[in-house]
Ligand binder design. Structure first.
Ligand code: ATP
Length: 433
């Protein structure tokens, strides 16, 4: 049975994955804080993306550009003029809605009034602020609405210093901000979020093949981390959906509890951005091909994923409820590499003679893995708690351990148990992560 949004939100809150931001003041809509487990899960998603997109490749390097950039960046990129959503306002309740998200173009989803909408007006999604003490137009800056532009404006810096030849990619993970009109569905659409974007520069004639390659590669990334294939689909954009910079785009979509929705967009941005920034800045960002002795604008293929949104999808996808010996078991069957804690160490009793070897083992394993030592409640309840937060292995230190220097390792998904020498626990876990 598909999990409800309420079950996920309740688990996220009660176990310390995600909290409503500013909760003690009644909360601020559409902003969330990641708790002790959420910060680990989010970090693991970003790390796995970085591993696949940067570490394991010889043609992609990383970048971390500033959130505040010159206003000209957003003029040249087109965001100042066209990064807008068409908005209508209900004359009856004064709520505003995105025209393209209305189920019924004539009925207000808030108050039910019919034919009450104003004409659509463009609303720019970029947050504005000012640098320095004077709040005038000369000091206006935007919080970046995507990480990509930081890559385009550094194209030459990165190419030159990393001595890159086409084709090559530049990857970035970081916060982006959009003043979304209709945020919602928990952390799916928020005004502050994290993106994982890579710009892959290539020769114009290679762009269509690179586009196909990246769609396939990115789809496989989700599958490789255990996301169910039936909950993923690839959807090409219709011509009227394309962004102002894109020649073709496909979305990788996930079957969220409310229906199919975007996880990641893969776009052929052509040479739009490099050309725009060259023309606006006067700095020639063309690539010089020494062999052919020619200068040209590379094309760029962009896989752009949401880190927070993807984390949410992994949470949903891994959530299962099942019955074990007449009792409900909630389990997050997260891929071990994504799980917040890789292992929980559970001394069977609170007696010092068991706590001492458990702590010794924990100290050794902490050098390698995030883990938790849990001394509370019965062993059964402790297993259930670890199942619920997705810990793939529980190590139980019992009285026999004192005799045989071995521990019991319980597997989260099968609930099977192995007896393993204490000295071999690290190796046992390392092999399975
Ligand atoms: P949407 O149509 O859902 O608003 P988009 O097509 O504008 O998204 P892109 O500009 O392609 O999104 O951004 C790339 C990725 O960044 C998206 O696939 C999504 O995962 C993430 N993202 C975009 N906006 C948000 C947001 N408001 N909250 C969380 N993640 C977001």
């Amino acid at each position: 049975m598909p999990v409800s949004l309420e079950s996920i939100a309740a688990l996220a809150k009660n176990r310390g994955f995600v909290f409503q931001s500013s909760e003690i003041y009644g909360g601020i809509r559409s902003a969330y804080d990641y708790g002790p487990l959420g910060v680990e899960l989010l970090k693991n998603v970003k790390d796995e993306w970085w591993r696949a997109m940067v570490q394991e490749r010889d043609d992609v390097v990383g970048l971390d550009s500033a959130i505040l950039q010159a206003r000209q960046v957003w003029r040249a990129s087109g965001h100042e003029a066209v990064f807008t959503d068409p908005l209508v306002e209900c004359r009856n309740c004064n709520q505003r809605f995105r025209v393209d998200k209305l189920e019924d173009a004539n009925t207000c989803p808030n108050c039910g009034a019919t034919n009450s909408f104003t004409e659509a007006r463009a609303f720019n999604l970029m947050f504005r602020t000012h640098t320095g003490p004077v709040e005038d137009d000369d000091n206006l800056v935007y919080l970046r609405p995507e990480t990509a532009q930081g890559i385009f404006i550094n194209f030459d810096n990165v190419r030159r210093t990393a001595r890159l030849k086409l084709p090559f990619g530049v990857a970035q993970v970081g916060k982006s901000f959009r003043n979304e009109i209709t945020p919602g569905q928990f952390v799916f659409r928020t005004r502050e979020f994290e993106q994982m974007e890579m710009e892959y520069f290539c020769r114009p004639q290679d762009a269509p093949a690179q586009f196909e390659y990246w769609v396939k590669t990115r789809h496989e990334w989700y599958l490789g981390l255990g996301m169910s294939s039936e909950n993923l689909r690839i959807r090409p954009h219709d011509a009227d959906e394309l962004s102002h910079y894109s020649a073709s785009t496909v979305d990788i979509e996930y079957a969220f509890p409310w229906g199919w929705d975007e996880l990641e967009g893969i776009a052929n941005r052509t040479d739009f951005d490099l050309r725009q920034h060259s023309e606006a800045s006067g700095v020639d960002l063309r690539y010089f091909d020494q062999e052919a002795n020619e200068r040209f604008y590379p094309y760029v293929i962009e896989p752009a994923a949401g880190a927070t949104r993807t984390t949410f999808a992994f949470l949903i996808d891994s959530y299962h409820e099942e019955e074990v010996r007449g009792e409900k078991r909630v389990v997050l069957s997260l891929h071990p590499r994504l799980a917040p804690y890789k292992v929980a160490i559970l001394p069977l009793s609170k007696k010092a003679e068991l706590i001492e070897p458990a702590e010794r083992l924990a100290t050794e394993l902490r050098r390698h893995f995030m883990l938790e030592v849990d001394l509370t409640q019965s062993i059964g309840r402790r297993y259930r708690r670890q199942d619920e937060i997705g810990t793939p292995f529980c190590v139980t230190v019992d009285f026999e351990t004192l005799e045989d220097q071995a521990v019991t390792i319980r597997h989260r998904d099968s609930m099977e148990q192995d007896r393993v020498a204490m000295s071999g626990v690290y190796e046992f876990l390392a092999k399975r992560l």
